[in-house]
Design a protein around this ligand. Structure first.
Ligand code: PEP
Length: 251
């Protein structure tokens, strides 16, 4: 089973509109391997303008968050319907910064996943452990419990369409990266769980991305691991040259 390779950029709360447009145009102008999907998760304020810029087919847009609610009195929130109406195809759900600073629970993230699927958005579901959990050796059970907690109301058809990003919190924005072996260990445990819960036909097609200080110098080794299907890239995605080097790091 061949899984799609994905390089996803998480710009977080960076760039003003013009800077975002300039960066996106540079990315669209790069020579890209056509077996890699490039997902640009830009700030919500930029997505419509970026959707109007012509680019290669494999470059698509993602949001960094969305509401679990459909519509109504939820000041400041962005709905799935709003995102699909401007051509967004992916949405990051459960980034560790959302979990930490906005108290997003496994249960709430499960609702967001349902809402995303109801709008045909592809969720990039983030999971990952903090440093103390890694140090006490319970990182695998912690991550699997995040997945179980948020996936419990998903149908097998929905799980088949999800993208998972394993992002150890201690490696996000810190310059510290999980070793390729640490990434592979967790990715294979995640896939094992998916096999047990949903069967191998489904577990074999779910892309599992690694995130946490991916950069040109370490991407190739991480991406070479059998259960690593790409990366969710923060800091290094804000520079077209470094993101393009990462995109070109698939073997
Ligand atoms: C992220 O924001 O998802 C991320 C992995 O950031 P960084 O690459 O900067 O560690």
């Amino acid at each position: 089973m061949i899984r799609r390779k994905i390089a996803a950029a998480n710009w977080k709360m960076n760039t003003n509109l013009q800077e975002g447009i300039d960066l996106y145009k540079k990315l669209c102008g790069l020579t890209l391997a056509d077996d890699v999907d490039i997902v640009i998760c830009a700030p919500a304020t930029h997505l419509y303008a970026l959707s109007q810029i012509a680019g290669p087919e494999q470059v698509v847009l993602g949001a960094q968050n969305m509401s679990n609610e459909e519509s109504g009195a939820f000041t400041g929130e962005v709905s799935g319907r709003m995102l699909t109406s401007i051509g967004v195809t992916y949405v990051v759900i459960g980034h560790s910064e959302r979990r930490a600073y906005f108290a997003e629970s496994d249960e709430l993230l499960g609702l967001k996943l349902k809402t995303a699927f109801s709008h045909n958005l592809v969720p990039i579901f983030c999971c990952g452990e903090a440093l103390d959990i890694r140090k006490n050796g319970t990182h695998v059970s912690h991550v699997i419990s995040q997945i179980k907690g948020s996936f419990k109301n998903l149908s097998p058809d929905e799980v088949e369409k999800i993208v998972i990003a394993y992002e150890p919190i201690w490696a996000i924005g810190t310059g510290e990266t999980a070793s390729p072996e640490q990434a592979q260990e967790m990715h294979s445990e995640i896939r094992k769980h998916l096999t047990e819960a949903y069967g191998s036909t489904i577990s074999n097609v779910v892309p599992i991305l690694y995130g946490g200080s991916v950069k040109p110098a370490n991407a190739r080794e991480i991406f070479s691991k059998p259960d690593v299907d790409g990366g969710l890239v923060g800091g290094a995605s804000l520079n077209a040259d470094s993101f393009s080097a990462i995109i070109n790091s698939f073997n």
